[in-house]
Ligand binder design. Structure first.
Ligand code: PGA
Length: 237
C-alpha cells in the first residue's frame, strides 16, 4: 500500500483524474470499478472536461459500479441516478458498457451472484476506484457485513443518512456490493479520502490489524493499492 498525501480535496481529484486518464491511455479496453459518493464528484467533473477536450476516450473500456441500493431506480438516492448524472454519459460510457447491480431485482441474492459472474466474465477489475466511509466501509462492505464476493447488505442508520432525503418508507434498506475479494482481485486500486471525517478510517487502514469491524483494514494487503488522501484525511497519520 502506498499513501500519497496531497494538500487539498481538489488536489486529490486532480491526481485521481490524471491516474484514471493514464490507465485508460495505457489500456483502452480496461475494466474499471467506479464509486459513488461526494468524494469522487470532482474527479468525474475533471474527467468529463478531459473528454470534452478530446483528452479522454473510454469507448473501449467498461465500468462496473461498486454497489447499488435496493430502491426504485427513479429515486435520486440511487447510484444509478448518481452515475447517470456524474459519470456514465459525461465520461462517454455507452450504456451496455456501464454496469451496475439491478436495484429493483426481485431476488437480490441472485442478482448479486449474476453481477459477480458478469465481473468475472469481463476478466475481473483492472482499476478499482474506491471511497471510504467514516466507519471504514469500502464499497458497501459495512462493519460486520463484509464478505468475499458480491453480496446483499442491510444499511445501518448512519449509512442510510449519507444518502440524504427521507427514506423511512423503504426501511430496512438493503444494497448490493462487490465483495472484498472481488476488489482485492483488481490489478490496481485507488482509494480517495478527503476531509477530517475520514482521518480515523485512514489511520486504521494503515495501522490496525485486519478486522471485519473496520473493513478498510482488509484491503491493506493489496500490492497495488494507492491511497490519495488530502491533509485533513491524513491528519491522524
Ligand atoms: P463519500 O462516501 O464520498 O460521500 O464520503 C464514501 C463512501 O461511503 O464510500
Amino acid at each position: 500500500m502506498k499513501i500519497e498525501i496531497l494538500k487539498t480535496a481538489a488536489d486529490v481529484a486532480r491526481r485521481a483524474a490524471l491516474l484514471f486518464q493514464e490507465a485508460v491511455k495505457s489500456r483502452p479496453d480496461l475494466v474499471l470499478a467506479l464509486p459513488t459518493g461526494r468524494t469522487p464528484i470532482e474527479m468525474y467533473a475533471l474527467l468529463a472536461q478531459a473528454r470534452r477536450e478530446g483528452a479522454l476516450d473510454v469507448s473501449q473500456a467498461r465500468c462496473f459500479n461498486l454497489d447499488e441500493v435496493l430502491l426504485p431506480r427513479a429515486l435520486p438516492q440511487t447510484f444509478f441516478q448518481f452515475m447517470t448524472q456524474h459519470a456514465w454519459g459525461p465520461l462517454g460510457f455507452a450504456p451496455e458498457r456501464a454496469r451496475i447491480p439491478n436495484g429493483e431485482a426481485d431476488d437480490p441474492e441472485a442478482e448479486a451472484e449474476r453481477y459477480e459472474g458478469e465481473i468475472l466474465a469481463a476478466g475481473g477489475i483492472d482499476l478499482g476506484i474506491l471511497g471510504i466511509g467514516t466507519d471504514g466501509h469500502i464499497a458497501y462492505n459495512l462493519p460486520g457485513q463484509a464478505a468475499p464476493r458480491t453480496h446483499v447488505i442491510t444499511l445501518d442508520a448512519a449509512t442510510e443518512a449519507t444518502l440524504g432525503g427521507d427514506l423511512s418508507a423503504f426501511r430496512p434498506i438493503r444494497g448490493i456490493t462487490m465483495g472484498v475479494e472481488t476488489l482485492l482481485s483488481a490489478k490496481q486500486l485507488l482509494l480517495l479520502a478527503t476531509g477530517n471525517s475520514k482521518a480515523e478510517a485512514i489511520r486504521r487502514l494503515r495501522d490496525d490489524p485486519p478486522s471485519d469491524r473496520w473493513p478498510c483494514t482488509l484491503f491493506r494487503g493489496h500490492a497495488h493499492l494507492t491511497v490519495l488522501a488530502d491533509e485533513a484525511a491524513a491528519s491522524q497519520l
